[in-house]
Design a protein around this ligand. Sequence first.
Ligand code: HSE
Length: 308
Amino acid sequence: MSHVKVYSPATVANLVCGFDVLGMALNEPFDIMTIRLIDEPTVVIHNEDDFDLPTDPSRNVAGVALLAMIEKLDNKMGFDICIEKRIKPGSGIGSSAASAAGAVVAANQLLEIRFSAIELVQMAMNGEKLASGVKHADNIAPCIYGGLTLIRSIHPLDIVELNPLPLYVTIVHPQIEVKTSDARQILKKQILLKDAIRQWGNIAGLVAGLMKSDYDLIGRSLEDVIIEPIRSILIPAFDEVKSKCREAGALGGGISGSGPSIFMLSRDAETAGEVELVMKEVYNRVGIDFNTYVTTVNKVGVKIVKEK
Ligand code: HSE
């Protein structure tokens, strides 16, 4: 095989109540990557977008993920990768995870599936460490597995695939940048027991709602009493967007990953479209540039679109 091309999807981490433990892959937007083998144990990066990301592999999230793979290969080979990012860095919809996860899935395909999905998650988490200072897997796991995933544990890595019922996702990305490392820095290191109890009730309720196809339970469980009150101050008009989207029929939603994007879940396409109109109305009035997406849950994760 001489080259492999993949689409690597955006993801929504946390799913409101599940900080660092829940995530979901989206059908839109996605990055496009093409990878080839080379005879040297190194990574050559070509950026095919305007984001001016580093091409030094040790400073690039896809680069460090591939370097972790090269370390595990006994023969002296490396990778040449072209990356067209369509997921804006710092948007809160898993841009760094898409780069790191897409790179290792594509490379693994070139190597005729030498590594398991869990090993690929481990390698791709090096990209998250570079981007945010922490090896969290709540974007990487859904990006590689597709659907919704629960990261029950990081050490050892234990990923549970949650088979989602049909869900429509509306996203608004106000055009301000929030660095994940900054959005983690402002969080409290300790929380009250009463808040922890409420939060784990919500996480269990959300997972149960997904398993039982109970939309009302999902909606009631989309509540975050720990992270959202702190991070939402970084996002203009957050409370207004959230309450108006619920009034428009959304099941619920909140900050996507570490923000600034906001996501809302709906049970049908029509409601998801109405939710998008509400988001547009709020940010037009506030006078902040934004992008919106109306999409669905991506069930396959990184998709191989061409191999030759
Ligand atoms: N769980 C991570 C956070 C996701 O909220 O910091 C970052 O995309």
